[in-house]
Design a protein around this ligand. Structure first.
Ligand SMILES: NC(=O)c1ccc[n+]([C@@H]2O[C@H](COP(=O)([O-])OP(=O)(O)OC[C@H]3O[C@@H](n4cnc5c(N)ncnc54)[C@H](OP(=O)(O)O)[C@@H]3O)[C@@H](O)[C@H]2O)c1
Length: 269
């Protein structure tokens, strides 16, 4: 898997595993925590190295546990976490600092590869203030790259204009029915990597039917076609599955290429 390069020259795997329901009863986002690292270990064994967690998923310590349990070198992993936009976590400089330190502690790592502002704060001033603290953690080497998530064009531009360290990523919703093309194009035009969250949200019977002739042509699944589409437009994907076979499938997208006509059909979904 050839990685994409971030604007700070650090490489990011093009596929990662989402984690937002890992280690939770009934794979329910709000479910009680189980401490079960099985889906993370199957992902690691299959070759996933980018792990996408967040403070709000309540499972940074699960990721930390899995990283401790595995024999794979920490340096091989690309760990992403995210700071919430709520006062409890990012209400002032001290809280931001405490949040980052808690993430480092729970993940049991010396550095986090990518730390994102999970959602924009209430004003551009607040976004900039949080950013300044994150920049200090980059200076100290405890975070390697910083970025944002769910920022619109205006919010992203403001941050870029005022940042000392440019954001490297904007992680945004992108899937059939809500590809978010304009925001992704803007993000990329600003020199950032776009990451798609929820790549399979919005998939329904009509969408599966529309993808069927395409997937049959390449002998792939509809999920693989969707992920390949994002890859071909340089968008990092973080699909999540609790099922090892689907995890495997979601990595197996590098031996076919969509035609221009296929891409027109997919774009219109
Ligand atoms: N930044 C943000 O605001 C934000 C928001 C939402 C999500 N995220 C991140 O993005 C990640 C991905 O989003 P998500 O977990 O909500 O949804 P998703 O990756 O779109 O997956 C949705 C469902 O699709 C199923 N699936 C996975 N692979 C499949 C395949 N090959 N064929 C058929 N079904 C398949 C999975 O069910 P099974 O487990 O049954 O396979 C999963 O529950 C999250 O885990 C999280 O890390 C970020």
């Amino acid at each position: 898997m050839i990685p994409f390069k971030l604007n700070n020259n650090i490489e990011i795997p093009v596929i990662g595993t989402g984690t937002n329901t890992f280690g939770k009863v009934a794979n329910n986002y709000n479910g009680e925590l189980t401490g079960d690292t099985t889906p993370l270990h199957s992902a690691f064994e299959l070759g996933y190295r980018l792990i996408d967690t967040a403070i709000s998923y309540r499972n940074e310590d699960l990721v930390g546990k899995a990283l401790q349990e595995t024999d794979i070198d920490r340096k091989e992993f690309f760990v992403t976490s995210k700071i919430p936009n709520t006062p409890e976590y990012s209400g002032n400089d001290e809280k931001v600092s405490e949040s980052v330190k808690a993430s480092l502690r729970k993940l049991q790592v010396d550095y986090i590869d990518l730390y994102l502002i999970h959602h924009p704060l209430e004003s551009s001033e607040r976004n900039r203030a949080v950013w300044r603290i994150l920049e200090e953690f980059v200076d100290s080497g405890q975070i390697r790259s910083i970025g944002v998530s769910n920022f619109n064009q205006e919010q992203l531009k403001d941050l870029i204009d005022h940042a000392r360290i440019k954001p490297v990523v904007n992680q945004v919703e992108s899937h059939p029915g809500a590809w978010n093309d304009d925001l992704i194009a803007f993000t990329q035009a600003q020199g950032l990597v776009a990451e798609a969250w929820g790549p399979f949200w919005g998939v329904n019977e009509p969408i599966i039917a529309a993808l069927t002739p395409i997937r049959q042509k390449y002998n792939k699944s509809w999920a693989q076609v969707i992920l390949r589409y994002q890859f071909e437009r340089q968008v990092v994907v973080i699909p999540k599955s609790h099922n090892p076979e689907k995890q495997r499938q979601n990595l197996d997208i590098f031996n076919f290429q969509l035609s221009a006509e296929d891409k027109e059909i997919i774009k219109a979904l």
